[in-house]
Design a binder for this molecule. Structure first.
Ligand code: CNA
Length: 372
């Protein structure tokens, strides 16, 4: 389905000529000049196609893309065992060895005052400690628990064409995800502490749970790249709709209807095939400026968000905090300044905070905010 009107029309443009939609795999590459400074080949290869709005077809075709993508070199060949630095399937030994000492090295840099423009790129893994399941963790992830919605494939729940025909599965899920049922955890407060210390350039989150705002990360420091429940609009004509009324309808198992065209209203969570919010394009200014990139709790499977991590300058340290290696960290040869610390995110972030000497301040901040 081609959408007749872009959601760009309804919000203040940063880059009016550009349009970027969300896709479930690494198809849309950023054309940020900064990435060309990167001396390593693109982990996504030359086989990327331009995105289309035919989200359903796209999602279906991408169901198997991720696994093959990770075996594709920048020259588009299957290349396991090549001498060149290529992206391969996750190599546990590479992952393990490169994780050693990473946290301490980055903590040292921060303590030395070398990191004053820190970017955080985050995903659902930062909120699992708050009791919200992520997408892809086997067993507990949302995708593993969608049988009751009778979907043709898991991603359909966030597919705009599917929603157009049957909004019920998403609305059922939305009831569980709506902000208000969960509290921010230590990880959210760690990021707030980065801001409190004057080090946070910006946080780019894919999460739609609103926990970043709830823990006090200010609006101007936050890019909710996949939207949020804070606003709602018609999924067809984009006419704004009061968010509280949409929430009320969804909570009562009703369908909110657009007052202008009578199509279904949905919270402004970005679905596959939909435009990302204008604010997302702050990345073109932010990423070339960054002096540290922290990637946490994301599988880096959703584009264009995933490619952001490749747009910092090549000499900028990148720290991955996750349960397993993802995105460019799956390469056998990492960038010289890539570090990763694998394991439970909350444990890792606590250790990081202790190394930085911030732990008691974070605990205190958490106590006072949560009491409020
Ligand atoms: P994902 O694909 O489910 O990946 C999550 C990543 O976090 C995986 O690599 C996990 O291994 C890792 N992870 C999960 N829990 C932990 C933990 N405790 N310790 C360490 N690592 C952990 O989710 P992404 O965020 O990458 O995908 C983007 C989607 C998910 C966005 O579009 C979101 O809207 C969507 N989502 C958001 C939420 C939320 O707002 N809380 C919840 C579920 C899905």
């Amino acid at each position: 389905m081609n959408r007749s009107k872009s959601s760009w029309d309804k919000k203040a443009p940063y880059h009016p000529a550009t349009r970027v939609t969300r896709s479930s795999s690494s198809q849309a590459r950023h054309r940020n000049p900064a990435e060309f400074q990167d001396c390593e080949p693109s982990p996504y290869g030359k086989q990327r196609k331009r995105q289309t709005d035919s989200a359903l077809a796209q999602d279906l075709s991408q169901m198997s893309v991720s696994a093959t993508d990770v075996l594709t070199t920048s020259k588009g060949k299957m290349s396991k065992g090549s001498a060149h630095p290529v992206q391969t399937g996750q190599s546990p030994s590479a992952a393990k060895s490169s994780s050693r000492g990473g946290l301490a090295s980055v903590a040292r840099l921060v303590k030395l005052g070398r990191c004053k423009n820190v970017l955080v790129v985050a995903g659902a893994g930062i909120s699992t400690a708050s009791g919200i399941p992520d997408f892809r963790t086997p067993g507990t992830g949302l995708y593993a628990n969608l049988e009751k919605y009778n979907l043709p494939y898991p991603e359909a729940i966030f597919n705009i064409d599917y929603f157009s025909n049957d909004p019920q599965p998403f609305f059922s899920l939305a009831k569980a995800l709506y902000p208000g049922r969960h509290r921010p955890n230590y990880i959210h407060y760690f990021i707030r502490m980065l801001n409190h210390k004057g080090l946070l350039l910006r946080m780019y989150t894919q999460n739609i749970d609103g926990l970043e705002k709830l823990c006090g990360i200010p609006d101007e420091k936050l890019v909710e790249a996949h939207g949020s429940f804070a606003t709602a609009s018609c999924h067809l004509c984009y006419t704004a709709y009061p968010a509280e009324e949409a929430e009320q309808a969804i909570m009562n198992d009703n369908i909110p209807i657009c007052t202008f065209c009578a199509a279904t209203v949905k919270p402004d969570v970005v679905f596959f095939g939909e435009d990302l919010p204008q604010k997302y394009f702050l990345h073109t200014e932010d990423f070339p400026k960054a002096d540290l990139l922290i990637i946490m709790g994301t599988s880096l499977q959703i584009e264009p968000f995933a490619s952001l991590v490749n747009t910092v300058r090549s000499n900028v340290p990148r720290l991955l905090l996750n349960r397993h290696a993802v995105g460019p960290f799956e390469k056998v040869t990492l960038r010289k300044r890539d570090h990763m610390e694998l394991g439970d995110l909350e444990d890792t972030v606590r250790r990081f905070a202790e190394m930085l000497g911030w732990n008691s301040e974070i605990e205190e901040l958490m106590r006072s905010q949560e009491t409020e």
